[in-house]
Design a binder for this molecule. Structure first.
Ligand code: NAD
Length: 258
């Protein structure tokens, strides 16, 4: 039976790669995220070209609980339920904690943490009714360890791991798993945007940010690719991963081994 995957923040980066990977498996895909009409059309066309299923786009803003609820309702009405939910939308803001703007704190907690609560609570009744579901939360190595100047991001990602564990316990007997993926540095627009910010905050060059800050703690000295993260999401969504639940899988080039 054709599975339906909802991927938040899938107009770019890791989310788009995950959408493409599930599309290759023939799933119906619900795309979400920001972008210009041209970018959204391109993402929709690119993903549609890969799947025998149907691709729709929903513009829900992950700071707005009513829009998030409508995202899940739309997927359920259109496709008869959400089988795979990938909470991926995320933003970053880099600043010293004492100067951290309150509105940026609130926005990051809303998008990077609370949106997952809203999608999960809306999707679980349908998954329970089917007796099958997969919840995959894209956390971060920053769900396990901290770095300076990222108070809201680190707090939100640690929260995602706690939410994931709690949900996994609640649905363990319903054929539903909930797990987090904890990537290290993946080269996406989110990371590219951080490079000038980090250079400014730390008073170093952009090249020094790449070599001495970003990949300093990643022992392999290589950025992770979006395709590698997507392949892990596909594995976690498969039946072979049915007994992996309530945990996280790191893909961080050895970062958190230190
Ligand atoms: P990205 O900026 O390329 O993509 C982020 C996506 O989220 C985009 O589609 C964007 O439109 C969407 N988005 C942002 N705000 C939104 C909102 N309010 N409502 C709906 N959608 C919104 O970033 P990425 O690097 O692909 O990051 C994806 C996820 O992976 C994030 O949760 C991020 O924290 C996590 N992550 C990234 C890295 C990395 O190194 N890139 C590492 C670990 C974890």
């Amino acid at each position: 039976m054709t599975k339906t995957a909802v991927i938040t923040g899938s107009t770019s980066g890791i989310g788009l790669a995950i959408a493409k990977a599930f599309a290759k498996g023939g799933a119906n895909i619900v795309l979400n995220g920001f972008g210009s009409p041209d970018e959204i059309k391109k993402a929709t066309d690119d993903v549609s070209a890969l799947t025998t299923g149907t691709v729709v786009y929903h513009a829900a803003d992950m700071t707005k609980p009513a829009e998030i609820a409508d995202l899940i309702t739309t997927a359920t009405t259109r496709f008869g339920g959400v089988d795979i939910l990938v909470n991926n939308a995320g933003i970053q803001y880099v600043e010293k904690v004492e100067d951290f703007p309150i509105e940026q704190w609130d926005r990051i907690i809303a998008i990077n943490l609370s949106s997952s609560f809203h999608t999960i609570r809306a999707a679980i009744p349908g998954m329970k009714a089917k007796g099958w579901g997969r919840i995959i939360n894209i956390a971060s190595a920053h769900g396990l360890v901290a770095s300076p100047f990222k108070a809201a991001y680190v707090a939100a990602k640690h929260g995602v791991l706690g939410l994931t564990k709690t949900v996994a316990l609640e649905v363990a007997e319903s054929g539903i798993t909930a797990n987090s993926i904890c990537p290290g540095y993946v080269l996406t627009p989110l990371v590219e945007k951080q490079i000038p910010d980090q250079a400014r905050t730390r008073g170093i060059t952009e090249q020094q940010v790449i070599n001495d800050v970003m990949l300093k703690g990643q022992p392999t000295k290589k950025f992770i690719t979006v395709e590698q993260v997507a392949a892990l999401a596909v594995y976690l969504a498969g039946d072979d991963a049915a007994q992996i639940t309530g945990t996280h899988v790191s893909m961080d080039g050895g970062w958190t081994a230190q």
